[in-house]
Design a binder for this molecule. Structure first.
Ligand code: MG
Length: 418
């Protein structure tokens, strides 16, 4: 068995790099927005006016992703702001993943601009893994016009930590024998999965570096931070756990989740995302000629805390609106107003038959909705997903928040339309 070899490839300032590449494609004489203080920002007239990506010169002014545009402008008065073009980013992301698939035996799209490549066993083909990572990085830059960082290691956790070292346009290794030198001196909040509140609790124990966490007493960390403590203690020691992926738990039902391109902080946007997830889930249920009777909502916040809640329906259903109503109810009960990084909707207890027990009023409504759903499914099958969508997705707020009206898979982070 060859030792495992993993690359984590991360596009540097993805939206900004992709915007820059597109502007240069349209006009080779255009200024390169990566070379001066610039950001990609949402619509300022709405509440989504935040920094989505920043150039390296903008970062020097202390501008951070998620900053309101007004704050960013105060930090850097000459700042140039460019609106996002999601369809372009989706295409660039596709081209990025496609290029990786040309070289890597297995590519896992982790988000719109990040992927894990399992390169195990490729040394005989490509030679030295670090030299080849440089070749791959340069190929992406030459062919696609943007830079990436590549982290090289034996598991995904270490590869991901490595790609986050100095940016941009760099290859870094973090092999197990390098952990003590390269990982342990870093502040504990730099460790993947450690959010602000866990960092605070660790600080209260006198743990400020990843190394101190790694050498701390496992039982004490677990008693304080529960299973999350177990995960980060292992991460600090370079040991990956299954939680690195946002794979949904084994489930015979139908589900979909979405890692958002920025943290969602308002319930309206969250409900739009839930509806787009329910659209896909509902369509899958109906195409399998199934009915479900349990709906679950999952939230991962910006500190990687995962929560979920489920409910059993009084009757089984295949109706998108019904699933969406439950999802909203669960969401309202579950959400503590922390910024949201990932939302998921899953369903279970699938049966081939509906055992609906409802009042006459309900029955009429359910049957109407069921027929309507099926009509929409067949229109989408014949004329494409874009042929029909709910009016709420035409709302400029949904558009500027970058919410697609239907969600195909969990690796799709961005909408297909503007
Ligand atoms: Mg990135």
């Amino acid at each position: 068995m060859p030792e495992s070899l993993i690359y984590h490839i991360d596009v540097n300032s993805a939206f900004l790099s992709w915007e820059a590449a597109e502007l240069l494609r349209k006009d080779p004489d255009a200024p390169d927005i990566r070379t001066f203080p610039s950001v990609i920002g949402g619509d300022e007239s709405r509440r989504h006016g935040i920094v989505l990506a920043k150039s390296v010169p903008a970062k020097k002014y202390g501008i951070k992703t998620g900053d309101p545009l007004a704050h960013a402008r105060r930090k850097c008065p000459g700042l140039k702001i460019y609106p996002p073009h999601y369809p372009i980013y989706a295409r660039r992301s596709d081209a990025f993943m496609e290029l990786l698939r040309r070289y890597a035996p297995s590519v896992e799209a982790y988000s719109i601009d990040e992927a894990f490549c399992d390169m195990t066993g490729t040394t005989s083909l490509y030679g030295d893994p670090v030299a080849f990572a440089h070749t791959l990085k340069d190929t992406i830059r030459t062919e696609l016009g943007f830079t990436v960082n590549i982290g090289v290691s034996v598991n995904r956790l270490l590869a991901k930590m490595a790609s986050d070292f100095e940016k941009p346009d760099k290859v870094h290794t973090l092999f197990p024998e390098e952990i003590a030198d390269k990982l342990w001196p870093l502040p504990v909040e730099d460790l993947f999965f450690v959010g602000k509140s866990s960092a605070k609790r660790l600080h209260s124990l006198g743990i400020t570096t990843i190394g101190e966490l790694a050498r701390s007493d496992h039982a004490m960390i677990v008693s304080m931070l529960k299973s999350h403590g177990d995960t980060i203690w292992h991460y600090a020691n370079g040991i990956e756990s299954a939680e690195l992926t946002h794979e949904s738990p084994a489930n015979k039902g139908y589900g979909n989740s979405l890692t958002l391109s920025y943290d969602v902080t308002d319930a309206d946007t969250a409900r739009h995302v839930l509806l787009s997830l329910c659209e896909t889930v509902g369509a899958r249920i109906r195409s399998a000629k199934a009915y479900i009777s349990v709906v679950q909502v999952q939230i991962v916040d910006n500190e990687f805390r995962q929560t979920s809640r489920q409910m059993t329906l009084p009757s089984s259903t295949n109706v998108t609106e019904r699933i969406y109503e439950c999802a909203c109810e669960l969401f309202d009960a579950l959400w503590d107003h922390s910024p949201i990084r990932l939302l998921g909707v899953s369903t279970s207890k699938a049966t081939a038959e509906s055992y609906e027990q409802y009042s006459l009023f309900d029955m009429e409504r359910t049957e109407k909705l069921s027929r309507l759903n099926q009509a929409v499914d067949s229109i989408r099958t014949r004329y494409g997903e874009e042929s029909i969508k709910r009016a709420c997705f035409m709302d400029p707020a949904a558009k500027s928040a970058g919410i697609s009206h239907i969600r195909r898979g969990r690796s799709h982070e961005l909408p297909d339309e503007d």
